[in-house]
Design a protein around this ligand. Structure first.
Ligand code: NAD
Length: 387
């Protein structure tokens, strides 16, 4: 079975779908692993490391071929494509009928791409749709990447802050710890709390899911309790969207906590929907000049009013960080865990006798994440959303 890892082509993407270690792991199963030249370079994995791990490098100079021609041949020969980002629409016609394509796919927002993959007869797996079950945890790229995003948000905030995070008592007097307010305590928020605490900050956090309070306290942070009426979570652990009135009450109640904070980090998401706008211009205006706001939800619409996508701007003296793809700022480790998630998926559904990736269609994990198969769109989640 030809397993292919193309170079990521989305601007700013630094991660790679397989590391040399995971390429070797899948090679041992009996897959023939081909890595497009340069695929791991930005993540710190040179071609030579993959070659040493037993992978073939699809070179761009072989037989005088252009890079584009080489990439075409690579994709046309693939039985299983592994990548980080969704394929561009223009590459879908190159994929073989019956081939598997595994990547982030953003299927709710990419109906045309999903239709094209179905029409091409490709079996596309969307890594966002891996179910949140104990068995599938090792394949959960949303969690593995959000965890690093939460870490990186704190490191960025510390970098831009004019203050240090820890308390210091010295002969020159006492420096009080920075105050960090974290809004949204899922995987990214929990890691942000842990990282800010490790740096010595005083952390307060809020999330509408009631189960979160204990987790926040166990990390040594304070939980901001707001009375918003009924809030809850879905069976997958995601937050239910709040009503417009609840969001309004939440904003009013958070205004003072934002104003008191040196750093605000927002991570609030509602699965499959635009992120809720939680920090308004008025709330920013009440913050101290020099304070820092990091919006981790910027890629799904943003939690903070006026944050510019993939940029750092200043509003009334407050520094607004809207940088995208924070896991991509630590691409070695982000690729290590992303690749481990993909390798776990491939191993789980590998047929050792035939030496092929052969997922069972009635398996709960595959029922969750397989979006197109046999010429049709098969995702129940996409169908449910259309209702
Ligand atoms: P997410 O990225 O969907 O959202 C981030 C956070 O934003 C969530 O905690 C959510 O409650 C919060 N949020 C939504 N609306 C908000 C609002 N108005 N104000 C403030 N916060 C708001 O969530 P996630 O990080 O993917 O994880 C959600 C939960 O699922 C976590 O508890 C996590 O531990 C759990 N989880 C379980 C598994 C598993 O069982 N295998 C895997 C991954 C995550």
């Amino acid at each position: 079975m030809n397993l292919v890892v193309p170079r990521e082509i989305q601007p700013g993407e630094t991660r790679v779908a397989l590391t040399p270690d995971t390429a070797a792991r899948l090679g041992r199963l009996g897959a023939h692993v081909t890595i497009e030249t340069g695929a791991g370079r930005l993540a710190g994995f040179p071609d030579e490391a993959y070659a040493e791990a037993g992978a073939t490098i699809a070179a761009d100079v072989e037989a005088g071929m252009t890079i584009a021609a080489d990439r075409q041949a690579l994709l046309q020969g693939a039985d299983l494509v592994l990548r980080v980002r969704k394929p561009p629409l223009t590459e879908v016609p190159l994929l073989k009928r019956g081939a598997f394509h595994v990547s982030l796919l953003d299927p709710f927002n990419e109906p045309e791409l999903v239709r094209a993959l179905a029409a091409q007869g490709v079996s596309a797996i969307s890594m966002e749709f891996i179910p949140r079950t104990t068995r599938a945890q090792k394949m959960d790229v949303i969690s593995s990447q959000a965890n690093l995003g939460g870490y990186e948000a704190v490191i960025l905030a510390a970098r831009y802050s004019r203050k240090i995070f820890p308390m210091m008592t010295t002969a020159a007097g006492t420096i009080f710890p920075a105050r960090v307010f974290i809004i949204g305590v899922g995987v990214a928020g929990l890691q942000a709390i842990a990282t800010a605490r490790r740096l010595g900050a005083k952390v307060i956090a809020y999330d509408p899911r009631p189960v979160v309070e204990e987790q926040v306290k166990s990390l040594g942070a304070q939980f901001l309790r707001l009375e918003l009426g009924a809030t809850g979570q879905t069976k997958d652990g995601y937050a239910q969207a709040l009503t417009a009135e609840q969001i309004e009450r939440q904003r009013a109640a958070m205004t003072q906590t934002c104003a008191d904070a040196d750093v605000v980090i927002t991570t609030a998401q509602v699965f499959g929907k635009k992120a809720p706008l939680l920090v308004t211009k008025e709330m920013l205006a009440a913050m101290q000049p020099g304070s820092v706001v990091v919006d981790l939800a910027v890629e799904s619409g943003g939690n903070v009013e006026g944050v510019a996508y993939d940029r750092v701007t200043v509003s009334g003296g407050v520094q607004l960080i809207g940088l995208a793809n924070l896991p991509g700022r630590v691409p070695t480790h982000a690729s290590q865990v992303y690749a481990a998630n993909l390798a776990a998926l491939v191993e789980e559904f590998w047929d050792p006798a035939a030496k092929v990736f052969a997922p069972r269609l009635d398996d709960e994990i595959i029922k969750g994440c397989l979006v197109t198969h046999g010429g049709r769109i098969v995702s129940e989640r996409l169908a449910d959303r259309k209702k």
